[in-house]
Design a protein around this ligand. Sequence first.
Ligand SMILES: *[C@@H]1O[C@H](CO)[C@@H](O)[C@H](O)[C@H]1NC(C)=O
Ligand SMILES: *[C@@H]1O[C@H](CO)[C@@H](O)[C@H](O)[C@H]1NC(C)=O
Length: 721
Amino acid sequence: MDYSSLNRFFFLAVGAFLLLLFTHFSLHLPSSPPFSRSSPFPFHGPSITAPKHATRNHESDIATHPFDPLTIQEINLARSILLSYSPFSSSPSSLAIHSLSLDEPDKSAVRSWKPGNTLPTRKAVAVTRYKNKVSYVLSMDLSTKEVVELAVPDSGYPTLTIEEMMSAPWAPMSDKAFNETITARGVRMSDLACLPLSLGWFGQREEGRRLIKIQCYSAEGTANFYMRPIEGLTVLLDMDTKEVVEITDKGSGIPIPSSTNTDYRYAVTKNNQPAWLKPPNPISIEQPAGPSFTVSEDHQVKWVGWDFHIKADARAGIIISGVGIIDPETGKRREVMYKGLVSELFVPYMDPSDAWYFKTYLDAGEYGFGLQAMPLVPLNDCPRNAHYMDGVFVTADGKPYVRENMICLFEKYSGDISWRHSESPITSMEIKEARPKVTLVARMSASVANYDYIVDWEFQTDGLIRIKVALSGILMVKGTGYTHTKDIPSDENTYGTLLSENVIGVTHDHFITFKLDMDVDGPANSFARVKLTRQATASGESPRTSYLKATRHVAATEKEAQVQLALYKPEEYHVFSTEKTTRVGNPTGYKVVSAGTAASMLDPNDPPQLRGAFTNNQIWVTPYNKSEEWAGGLFAYQSKGEDTLAAWADRNRPIENRDIVLWYTLGFHHVPCQEDFPIMPTVYSSFDLKPVNFFEKNPVLWLPPHQDKDLPVCSATMATT
Ligand SMILES: *[C@@H]1O[C@H](CO)[C@@H](O)[C@H](O)[C@H]1NC(C)=O
Ligand SMILES: *[C@@H]1O[C@H](CO)[C@@H](O)[C@H](O)[C@H]1NC(C)=O
């Protein structure tokens, strides 16, 4: 165990991240890509022998599609434009670039673009702060170098830069009182691990200056410092001046939980394997004929009728664009979705006490969901047949860096059935028809400090898209004097569950809000609520007294499309084309189908809920507006909730027969339990975008079944016991 020699000053995703970041600044990695850029097939030869694709050199990448992210060359160009832009040119070192990404061309220009055409004008959009004082939003034309200053939101600040997240936890150490507090708690400075925590907005106190809270842990004896909080100690820091505004220590009587059983790394757990259990045998997917998806020009994916563009994004994680599917009846490509992404997250903790009340994170807008996405672990995060993609992001001084293996794409066969039917002996017909379900998954995982989110976009051959979110990682826990539940007075609220001696897992929620710009058979769409209501039969009409009736109501305005899900008020939610119908006259559509989910139960006027007001409904529909991208507002940091999806939709604009955007929030209530200690087994939920009268009939009738000869059997050469 070598953790005692580790640098103790962790920030969010700590050591691995630092290493990666700086490796990529300083090294030109070997440029032998495993496949050529022009090849439509990402895999040459038996890809199954390569567990991980070799490092790609992105220096010479060029944009070939309007959705392509900024290339390294474009980032360098945008940076030079910014540095020579007045006022920044007078003190370029005082410029902090909080984000720099593609300013997407207008939707009409993208929709009319065809491969081979010249690209619509490439533009970049930057969010910057200058001299630690003023925020700017700038759009730059990369050909003419023209800069346009865009409106800056009335409240809030830009996403933290990685450099800020790295430096903020160190700042309190310039304050003697801080060091003394740590030492008084019995923690050696060399064992200290601190986190930069966004502090939300609660009124006056948070106004007029950019602040952050720092809380610390002891990493003595474990890599899992999260389980060893120095409870009740909070440092309020000015982000711009790095000045310690206040140190609050209300936990001096609370012991720091022990490091026993907290480490989760295999290097540690393998020394303590239960002798009475054997792990499952190794398992892997085989594709004797190779994968059936292609990735061309790095971003354009094709798979069994589907095609879409995929890219890494510093704020959203993954952006899926231009999704279309070939109709098996006609061979024609049909549009489904223009763009889909994680727009914002909201993670409120349910402890109103001093050291906890402010923990109400907007992870995408405050920390960057993509910035926190770490390289995926081959064979474990993604199966052997996965293809990996990198992200190209930007440091605070505007230099590009590569986040390797941030996205993986793979075909999944989990043993599920696509469709089936067997005839029973009653009919004496010998029919046994079944088709295996194979899907295509695009995956990323963000480690936002302690928590890990896994986001999957899963495409099915039958036209369904399943969007899945999984939670794993490590709980944010609270130190306590209690070591047994019997000692906790019945009238004392611990705001969570005692998970281990001196450790409370605090109850909290996770909300992940997706922006889904549906274009079902083109942009002219409407949104219908198909209500299922109980109908009473007329007296004497039937032996039955009731039945269920589906009634379709087309939402005319935004407010009519705001949905709070309720089991006893069942509805279907359809986005449908106002121009296209099926042979028999149904409008072609896609419906959003929720699985397990949760709604925010906070007071709508609670400051965190005002900022997280985009979770007030599970479904919203808005008219398309390019600038309405981030459900918690462009400047989510210390925002007051003036620029949320809720505020936009409050205008109650018409949404009928036009280009509309669907928003869906997937929620989780999390009452921690002991199994979540010291690291959480993954919890999943999902929702579906499912064709509804989109196809003329079952679109996978044509799928052939698997035959024995298609699937060579691999047997172990030697029995293992
Ligand atoms: C606090 O401790 C750190 C780590 O030992 C040290 O670098 C720093 O100088 C100390 N700060 C003060 C004000 O003494
Ligand atoms: C687009 O959205 C922004 C932000 O909500 C708003 O200020 C602007 O007026 C909208 N534009 C149109 C045409 O509705």
